[in-house]
Design a binder for this molecule. Structure first.
Ligand SMILES: *Cc1c(COP(=O)(O)O)cnc(C)c1O
Length: 374
């Protein structure tokens, strides 16, 4: 037995990942290239195996959230561009330089403080086009010009982030158009003034799904790369993407309950009939939302759907397997993924506990070994 599959594990299909990278690249404008967003351990898929495979597939840029994520990629031998999307304290300038990481400039004060460290740094300017998260206001041309005149900062790119591109209603569409206008307006102004905007990027996954191809250097895809939508909502374009992650665990034991008997904390489950109950080896400390059984959560066992029942524990959960005679100690259970003709999508699980797949997947715990295939 593969020792990584002893209790509960993440299966990561690298061929599906490579397929998704090709499908996304094909959906971009000519000259626009895919930047793989591998922050949060590649949304729970394992940043190192994911980045290594994508680099072999020709992906030349990666985005992370923080310095340590970027450093881990460099240490693993990733050679392409690595952009830190989040704020890094200026005191870390020497480490940014040492690991050849490209830092996002969060606002003018951040840019000034980075420049003041006296270390040559490659940066991308974040422009705030309406989300009001990171970025200097796209219409503040004077601040833009001041950043270009700072020493030590080599501005290699300018980007922005869309905040309602996942919605198809008219109001959201109008807002996204405004964001695009502000972004391209600033880029045009920089060029007119003789400042090189360098590499431009504004689309993330929903920008790729819902906008026409954009005339930028990069598109930053996260959730779509992993073959998941954030939720089950509609998108303008249909992209042929395959789920990359499966989550599996095992049956620890099977017990029989008489009608009226309870099980688990709070005896929250009550058997209404003679019931076979399987104890499954995964719980909320593995990153599964504790509310999942009450939200309609299920697992697959021998290709059959079995409902979760009672309260989820830290390391275990309960499943009604009365109708599945194959349920026996050691049997493999699928919490996300395919088993025979049945499939449980990450979108379904996220919906059952009121969140999006981005959160569900990125919270999958470090206690779950990553087993790659493909
Ligand atoms: C996380 C993030 C992305 C990736 O978003 P997805 O919707 O997962 O594709 C892109 N850009 C920025 C700035 C981000 O923070």
């Amino acid at each position: 037995m593969d020792e990584r599959k002893s209790r509960a594990w993440r299966e990561v299909d690298l061929d599906a990942l490579a397929h998704n990278a090709r499908a996304l690249q094909a959906a971009l404008a000519p000259g626009c290239r895919l930047m793989a967003v591998v922050k949060a351990d590649a949304y729970g898929h394992g940043a190192l195996p994911v980045a290594r495979r994508l680099e072999r597939e020709g992906v030349g840029a990666f985005a992370v959230a923080c310095l340590d994520e970027g450093r881990a990629l460099r240490r693993a031998g990733i050679g392409g561009r690595i952009l830190i999307l989040g704020y890094t304290p200026p005191e870390e300038a020497a480490r940014l330089h040492r690991w050849r990481l490209t830092q996002t400039v969060a606002d003018e004060a951040h840019g000034r403080a980075l420049a003041a460290r006296g270390v040559p740094l490659e940066v991308h300017l974040a422009l705030d086009t309406g989300m009001h998260r990171l970025g200097l206001p796209a219409e503040d041309r004077e601040a833009l010009a001041r950043l270009y005149r700072l020493p030590n900062l080599s501005i290699r790119g300018v980007f922005s982030h869309l905040c309602v591109s996942d919605r198809l209603d008219e109001a959201a569409g109008g807002f996204t158009q405004k964001q695009l206008q502000r972004f391209y307006g600033a880029v045009r102004w920089l060029k007119e003034q003789g400042y090189d905007p360098g590499e431009t990027h504004i689309q993330a996954s929903y920008g790729i799904w819902n906008l026409p191809p954009q005339p930028c250097a990069w598109a930053r895809a996260g959730i779509a790369l992993y073959g998941a939508a954030s939720d089950g909502g509609p998108t303008r374009r249909a992209l042929d993407l395959h789920p990359v992650l499966s989550l599996r665990a095992r049956v620890a034991t099977v017990r029989t309950l008489a009608p009226g008997e309870g099980a688990g904390y709070g005896l929250a489950f009550r058997a209404g009939r003679p019931t076979r109950l399987a104890v499954v080896t995964a719980g909320y400390a593995d990153g599964l939302p504790r509310a999942l059984p009450q939200g309609g959560g299920a697992v697959l066992l021998a290709g059959r759907r079995c409902p979760m029942v009672g309260r989820m524990c830290m390391d275990q959960l309960l499943v009604d397997v009365t109708d599945v005679p194959q349920a026996a100690p050691g049997a493999v259970v699928t919490l996300i993924g395919r088993d025979g003709a049945e499939r449980i999508g990450a979108e379904e699980v996220a919906g059952q506990c009121g969140t999006i797949t981005n959160e569900l997947l990125s919270r999958l715990g470090a206690r779950l070994p990553v087993v790659t295939c493909g």
